[in-house]
Design a protein around this ligand. Structure first.
Ligand SMILES: *[C@@H]1O[C@H](CO)[C@@H](O)[C@H](O)[C@H]1NC(C)=O
Ligand SMILES: *[C@@H]1O[C@H](CO)[C@@H](O)[C@H](O)[C@H]1NC(C)=O
Ligand SMILES: *[C@@H]1O[C@H](CO)[C@@H](O)[C@H](O)[C@H]1NC(C)=O
Ligand SMILES: *[C@@H]1O[C@H](CO)[C@@H](O)[C@H](O)[C@H]1NC(C)=O
Ligand SMILES: *[C@@H]1O[C@H](CO)[C@@H](O)[C@H](O)[C@H]1NC(C)=O
Ligand SMILES: *[C@@H]1O[C@H](CO)[C@@H](O)[C@H](O)[C@H]1NC(C)=O
Ligand SMILES: *[C@@H]1O[C@H](CO)[C@@H](O)[C@H](O)[C@H]1NC(C)=O
Length: 663
């Protein structure tokens, strides 16, 4: 996301005349619009050196979906027989033909072989180029853009590569890709207040936005704590505690005596988000006595630090929420905190993926210098090498951050999505929150431009096209939406009488959900999505969403995301969002893995083929919606729906299936 704008005298001497004329080029990627928040600033200094990276097309990517199916479809004879990291790297390495063809293009354009480096995983070529060289090579025109925060960035509006290389190159950096710094699933309180008022503010009680006694607490999906604490389950409709979640999804306090080192639960946070040790203990004292003093295992990626300088809900809310619940629900299994990015530059999902998979890194660990942070940090932060394959992936990884799918290019998203596919093949469950704005995107924005327009523009969310989330729209992750307990419902009574106590979340946040504009409908989801359209056809046309019935729908499942009691900055608050739903789901999957590992079985890995084949292991949620873009959104209904997915976890049934019935 950040351009390293450095000058080296020696590199200037390397300017060579343009390559052979007459090679027909074809347009590879383009973006004529400038994303919101950016403006064209100045002409690029001709002396700038661009760190170019070419993402080579990987071999066998088209076979990946089938390989992933083989190990994750429950009826497959290879179910659970996951691949090793080495097997993955070998299977997907670009062919020699690809490497040679791209190198030939570069060398004949005057980029000498000695300047070109190939990555460890063999799937990237990297070289420094002058602006003239880069522009000639790609038939592109570079400019400097500036973000409203002052962040500079170098990009072009489109670029071409020789037509015959199309099949060999995924993408080239830096080019059309723009900064889209990862946003946690939380929002400015003033914005929240506005939105709640706008939406009619369902059930605004005391202490809720727009309700009496509300004052913006400084940001975040937070409410002041006004309720009497309680250890029984009669108040789960107004505040969620770990015991409420255990009651709702019927899973026990973990009684495992020994920690299984293979079963740590991974939580990903992006600096400057940071947990506060005192908050963990404050929470544990009330809800998980044995865990007092426990801390996550810290895997610091690219200078990741748990900063304690900036303290507010916006800096601590996400991390405190994720860790307090994850550590309580899986205890004594450990939680691994992947803290990604330094304080100056931050980082992106690709930095994280590099750190857990060496085959994804570029040479010495660089990757997209425009989307992803570059380390050593050219802005003075972390000066070590970028982390490349330095950490093992935990078997369940939960992330509560996300982009709008429309923020990024399909090439970029496909490449990252393939990476999630590989993690699935290795037996890792990758869980992402689905977003907090219903059918709208981050910040409640919708897409103003028509489908297929060159420019993607967003509006204020009162109209326009639905704005799906990425990575949730990638078919190889498990996307988690949000539910809530209806106010006035006693969950014990409801559960005892066989009544579903939950609906789609419509308090403060709306469960992110919808259909991708980029990714096709995966096989495992076909009949569920067909059933949804057949029985509950949404009343919207192609002007609102991709209604072709041929694209990936999300979320896959859901879990409670309202009224979580969380200790933040020394006090208890109520927190809302799919940010809460994701770690709760990840915790339950970690408990299932524990049971399977104890039974001598593999981890559950990519769960989607199993849950769509066995929807009975989830509690179907059939009430509520996910409004946005000036519409009521989609409807939560019988069977899968793009609001609550297949429903919420039913732990005893999940456990029985995964431990007793599946290989
Ligand atoms: C795209 O956006 C750019 C800059 O915002 C503008 O100059 C251009 O006219 C737009 N193109 C279209 C097709 O709307
Ligand atoms: C829940 O319902 C009770 C009783 O109707 C009401 O007093 C309270 O404000 C409601 N709470 C919320 C969070 O809406
Ligand atoms: C935590 O426990 C203390 C001591 O029992 C109690 O005073 C406090 O209200 C509890 N807080 C919550 C949020 O349950
Ligand atoms: C974080 O704290 C530092 C040091 O006090 C300060 O300079 C910086 O502005 C703070 N950042 C934000 C976003 O508040
Ligand atoms: C949102 O944009 C529409 C159309 O431009 C405008 O009419 C409306 O007043 C705006 N609403 C808010 C809340 O800003
Ligand atoms: C919907 O997605 C399909 C498959 O990617 C694509 O072919 C089609 O053009 C899209 N249509 C609309 C209206 O978004
Ligand atoms: C915590 O709550 C107490 C009592 O409501 C209040 O006095 C204090 O300022 C709060 N602390 C923080 C850090 O908000």
């Amino acid at each position: 996301m950040h351009f390293s704008h450095y000058f080296t005298a020696s590199a200037l001497a390397a300017v060579v005349a343009a390559g052979p004329l007459g090679i027909p080029h074809s347009l590879h990627e383009s973006r004529s619009g400038i994303p919101q928040g950016w403006a064209k600033a100045e002409v690029l200094d001709r002396r700038a050196i661009l760190p170019m990276k070419i993402a080579l097309a990987q071999s066998n990517v088209e076979k990946g979906a089938e390989w992933l199916s083989e190990v994750s479809v429950p009826t497959s004879s290879k179910y659970g027989k996951h691949w090793s990291a080495k097997e993955i790297a070998e299977a997907f390495a670009p062919s020699d033909k690809t490497v040679d063809a791209v190198k030939l293009w570069l060398t004949s354009a005057g980029i000498s072989e000695s300047r070109i480096k190939q990555s460890q995983g063999l799937n990237w070529l990297e070289f420094d180029a002058t602006v003239d060289e880069a522009e000639e090579l790609l038939k592109a025109k570079y400019h400097v853009y500036e973000h409203e925060t002052g962040q500079p960035h170098v990009a072009c509006e489109e670029y071409s590569i020789p037509a015959h290389l199309k099949e060999h190159v995924d993408l080239v950096y830096p080019t059309v890709h723009f900064d889209a710094k990862i946003k946690p699933r939380e929002e400015d309180a003033a914005e929240l207040e506005k939105r709640d008022v706008k939406s009619g503010g369902r059930r605004r009680g005391p202490g809720q936005p727009g309700g009496p006694g509300w004052s913006p607490p400084g940001g975040g999906w937070r409410m002041p704590w006004h309720h009497k604490p309680t250890t029984d389950l009669s108040n789960c409709d107004v505040h969620i505690t770990p015991d409420c979640l255990r009651a709702l999804y019927k899973f026990p306090v973990n009684s495992k005596a020994n920690v299984n080192s293979k079963n740590s639960f991974g939580i990903v946070e992006y600096t400057p988000q940071a947990y506060v040790p005192g908050d963990l203990d404050l929470f544990f004292k009330n809800f998980s006595q044995k865990a007092v003093g426990a801390r996550p295992i810290l895997d610091s990626i690219d200078g990741g630090v748990v900063q304690q300088t900036n303290m507010s809900f916006n800096f601590n809310g996400e991390s405190d929420l994720d860790l307090e619940y994850a550590m309580t629900l899986v205890y004594p299994q450990q939680v691994t905190l992947y803290q990604v990015g330094d304080l100056v530059e931050g980082a992106s999902f690709n930095n994280f993926l590099d750190a857990i998979d060496a085959s994804y890194c570029t040479y010495q660990g660089g990757d997209d210098p425009t989307q992803d942070a570059v380390y050593p940090d050219p802005y003075g932060g972390y000066q070590g090498p970028e982390n490349c394959g330095g950490f093992a992936a935990t078997k369940v990884i939960s992330t509560s951050y996300g982009y709008n799918e429309a923020d990024l290019t399909p090439f970029y998203e496909n490449r990252q999505c393939h990476e999630y596919m590989k993690l699935g093949m290795m037996g890792v469950s990758v869980v992402y929150s689905s977003g907090d704005y219903g059918v709208a995107g981050n910040g409640g924005q919708c897409i103003a431009s028509p489908f297929g327009a060159v420019n993607t523009t967003y509006n204020n969310g009162t109209s326009g096209r639905f704005n799906p989330a990425f990575p949730s729209s990638c078919p190889w992750v498990t996307s988690v939406g949000a539910t809530e307990v209806q106010n006035g419902t006693n969950i014990q009574k409801a559960l005892a009488s066989g009544t579903q106590p939950e609906t789609a979340c419509e308090t403060v946040i709306y469960s992110g959900g919808g259909f991708s504009n980029v990714f096709p409908l995966p096989d495992y989801q076909k009949s569920a999505v067909e059933g949804f359209f057949k029985n509950h056809l949404p009343p919207y046309g192609a002007d609102r969403y991709n209604n072709s019935q041929t694209t990936r729908g999300f979320p896959d499942l859901s879990a409670n995301g309202a009224n979580y009691v969380v200790a933040v900055d020394g006090n208890f608050s109520l927190v809302y969002g799919t940010s809460a739903s994701a770690p709760t789901t990840g915790s339950i999957l970690t408990l299932i893995n524990q049971a399977r590992l104890d039974a001598g079985k593999s981890t559950i890995g990519f769960i989607n083929p199993v849950i769509y084949a066995h929807p009975e292991i989830l509690n179907d949620i059939t009430v509520g919606g996910n409004q946005g873009c000036g519409t009521p959104g989609f409807e939560s209904t019988t069977g899968w729906d793009p609001v609550t997915g297949l429903g919420t976890p039913n732990y005893p049934k999940m456990r029985d299936l995964w431990v007793n019935k599946l290989a």
